[in-house]
Design a protein around this ligand. Sequence first.
Ligand code: IMP
Length: 428
Amino acid sequence: MPATILVGAQWGDEGKGRVADWLAAEADVVARYAGGDNAGHTVVVSGQVVKLHLVPSGILHEHVVCVLGNGMVVNPVNLLKEIDGLKAIGVEISPERLMISSRAHLITPAHIALDSASEQARGSQAIGTTLRGIGPAYLDKTGRQGIRAGEMRDPEGFADSIERMMERANAALVRDGHAPLDAKSAAVQYLDAAALLQPYVRDSAQYLNERLRDGARVLCEGAQGTLLDVDHGDYPFVTSSSPTAGGALTGLGIGPGAVDRVVGVAKAFSTRVGSGPMPTELEGELASRLRGTGENFWDEFGTTTGRPRRCGWLDAVVLRYAAQINGFTELFLTKLDVLSGLPELKIAVAYRIDGREVDYPPSTMAELARAEAVYESVTGWVQDVTGARHLADLPNNAIAYIQRISELVGVRIRTVSVGPERGQLVFV
Ligand code: IMP
């Protein structure tokens, strides 16, 4: 069975990009199934730092074909910028190596303006979105008035669709006291983008199923994380897509029988960007210590928005839930090295809500907002672990930490990352 699904087990930013880069070495196709350029991943190629938001990092492996699946929302202008950036550092990009599903929906300036307007209108209840137009684009998709990538093949019809969408958005923007957008100039800009992207557009579900039938190995790359899933996350503080494993099937058009491996990626502590509950959130010195200073690209600041991430102890309640929702067959733990030097580590093993202990996250925001973490303490380690490559290279307390997480989640941890370089992995 040749397909692997890669899913974030927390609130996104678990380090999926580096895991995807590692798994892509063994894959023939890497296909992203949800979200848009709200995601972000930094890669270093020949000493040059590249930020990827839409194109899967599999593109850096010459033998891999990359797919932007039908479950995605794609901003064509930003995709072109990313393609140009990749070409500038010598990455070969052609329709043979990169394809956009004709069923993927497009993000327009209308969606971006509506995203900002909606956040402003929410005031103190703002979601803290990335302001990339993600929510409004998915709203148009489910409202059956979106524009799909396939429309880029018909320039005249496409320009009309863009103008119509912009005018519809303008009516809403003006009604709420915002300035209207220039519908004509947006149509011209998008027509130019469409002319350049049109060769990359095809029926990717058909392509993926053909490749799977021929025995190709497909990596289904998720974005965001389980707790940001529109169904299974902390609604309404979620994104508008399905980053969980089920989303890979609808977001790519493949059947469950093709999948034999579901890799959950979890950071060795918790981070969250944007609003919403986070029962293990820390403040002050400890939070700053986990966040880092921002000098390094792996510090806890958003790749897309630059916002400092909220940091906290590992939440095993969240991980156990993610394992259940996604059916993880293994866990990949990232950033263990960041914990070196902390005398004591804590893991949330349950939540206390109104004096009652539960070992799963409640499904309503009212209850979740009252949840307090119940902790278990683990002794830390002082040794630098960045050079470890085997379990036996790690200090005993680090091994105990890994084993305890595995026990609490009920899924084996097969791989642990101990630094940002490709080879800084411990195989458990
Ligand atoms: P949106 O996806 O821009 O609508 O944002 C909705 C929520 O998801 C906000 O809390 C964002 O901060 C969060 N979010 C979206 N994409 C990512 C991501 O790639 N990493 C972490 N958080 C994200």
